[in-house]
Design a binder for this molecule. Structure first.
Ligand SMILES: Nc1ncnc2c1ncn2[C@@H]1O[C@H](COP(=O)(O)OP(=O)(O)OP(=O)(O)O)[C@@H](O)[C@H]1O
Ligand SMILES: Cc1cn([C@H]2C[C@H](O)[C@@H](COP(=O)(O)O)O2)c(=O)[nH]c1=O
Length: 221
């Protein structure tokens, strides 16, 4: 792993299983000697957590959603993610900009070029190299049919503003993630989330093992 740290994001529709696996990966990396920062979007700073509450529970249009998620992201990057990467830590983040393309872009139908402009505006100038676009080193995309995710969530909790959206919205969001994965095949790894927890966890570990970021079973790199 480089001295500049590693930035790994978890993505997928609501209920795909991201939160269930992020903690276990953090533990595995810590056991292997890495310093790990576990965080989420929107959120991760006091200001961004306040913005998260608004996003999840207050009515607003798609442009306002975008302004809120990118404002939260800017604060999170500047105050938490960039400093942790500069310290050489592994940052595990539950959602990042792919979610904006999937939810606000594909889900709400917001213009993708404008989203790309926001991405550049917010994700440059926040690190040591001011021109560099900060992107994850790896994104684990939990791909689960929306009907299965809805079933899992039904059993789990009362819905927030996004989780209350109809099935058609999540079909569009899922298609948005698939499109992002096609555009960035080296960064985004598809995890088949429609499996037992242990099998999903094995796929997550395998993605890191393939990059030499976690030891393979039997003592390999
Ligand atoms: N492989 C699995 N099989 C069956 N149920 C699962 C599996 N993985 C997670 N779950 C359950 O599905 C529900 C949603 O999982 P989880 O909260 O991890 O999803 P999430 O992607 O983080 O969702 P959100 O983005 O909405 O927070 C939880 O009740 C969890 O226990
Ligand atoms: C980063 C980001 C998030 N969202 C939405 C997606 C989810 O429904 C919620 C976050 O809830 P979770 O339980 O933590 O997954 O926010 C979004 O619409 N756009 C974004 O950029």
């Amino acid at each position: 792993m480089s001295a500049a740290g590693l930035f790994i994001t978890f993505e997928g529709i609501d209920g795909a299983g991201k939160s269930s696996h992020i903690q276990a990966l953090a533990q595995a990396l810590q056991d292997a000697g890495s310093r790990v920062l576990l965080t989420r979007e929107p959120g991760g700073t006091p200001l961004a957590e306040k913005l998260r509450e608004l996003l999840l529970h207050e009515g607003m249009d798609a442009l306002t959603e975008i302004l809120v998620v990118f404002a939260a992201r800017r604060d999170h990057l500047r105050c938490v993610i960039e400093p942790a990467l500069a310290r050489g830590e592994v940052v595990l983040c539950d959602r990042f900009t792919d979610a904006s393309f999937a939810y606000q872009g594909a889900g709400r139908g917001f213009d993708l070029q404008t989203l790309a402009l926001m991405e550049r505006l917010v994700q440059t100038g926040a690190g040591a190299d001011a021109q560099r676009l900060r992107e994850p080193d790896l994104t684990l995309w939990f791909d689960l049919p929306p009907a299965v995710a809805a079933q899992r969530l039904q059993a789990a909790r009362s819905p927030d503003r996004f989780e209350a959206e109809p099935a058609a919205f999540f079909e569009r969001v899922a298609a948005g993630y698939a499109a992002r994965a096609t555009q960035a095949p080296q960064r985004i790894v598809r995890i088949d989330a429609d499996q037992e927890r242990a099998q999903v966890a094995a796929q997550v570990r395998a993605a890191l093992q393939a990059r030499g970021w976690l030891a393979a079973p039997g003592g390999g790199a």
